[in-house]
Ligand binder design. Structure first.
Ligand code: SF4
Length: 165
């Protein structure tokens, strides 16, 4: 933040350029890819649009920016615009596949619609559910060696049921 100033201004980011931003966010990893995406974003969408544009229109615009995918667009819409959308990250996808709610080849949009159709359209609820599922995927339903013994939903999980049969 010291490098770019606070509050963050698009002009300051453009002045820093890819190298300057990458240096500032080095700790996050993949800093050059992220820095290029940030520059693409600044060049494509104004702050006013980010704050005021109709969420569905903004989603389409965000997805047109090179480097921004479905998850990033949906995280922005849910967290900052309080729009009732459910971002699907790698942990959530894994948990839902093992649980049997979706299949391994299902698209992002399909998985998102499955989750959204079974949860209330309440942004606060969706943020909590999103963070809880990520935590579950990181700590219990881990990529390697899921800890099914201490999983609260093991009784209903397709992976566990299949293993018993
Ligand atoms: S029972 Fe096991 S595989 Fe199923 S969701 Fe829980 S931790 Fe994951």
């Amino acid at each position: 933040m010291r490098r770019v100033g606070c509050p963050l201004k698009p002009a300051a980011l453009l002045k820093l350029g890819v190298d300057g931003i990458a240096e500032a966010i080095r700790v996050s990893g993949m800093q050059y890819v992220k820095a290029e995406t940030i520059i693409n974003l600044v060049n494509s969408i104004s702050v006013e649009e980010l704050v005021e544009l109709d969420p569905a229109e903004l989603r389409a615009k965000l997805l047109s920016v090179r480097g921004i995918g479905y998850k990033t667009a949906d995280v922005f819409l849910l967290m900052y615009r309080k729009y009732p959308v459910f971002p699907i990250d790698t942990h959530i996808r894994r948990v839902l596949i093992r649980y049997g709610a979706v299949k391994p080849g299902d698209s992002y949009e399909h998985i998102r619609s499955v989750v959204e159709s079974s949860l209330p359209r309440d942004p606060e609820y969706l943020v909590k559910a999103h963070l809880s599922l990520i935590k579950h995927g990181r700590t219990v339903c881990r990529a390697r060696k899921p800890d099914c013994q201490r999983c609260p939903v093991s009784e209903y999980c397709a992976k566990v049921i299949q293993n018993k049969n």
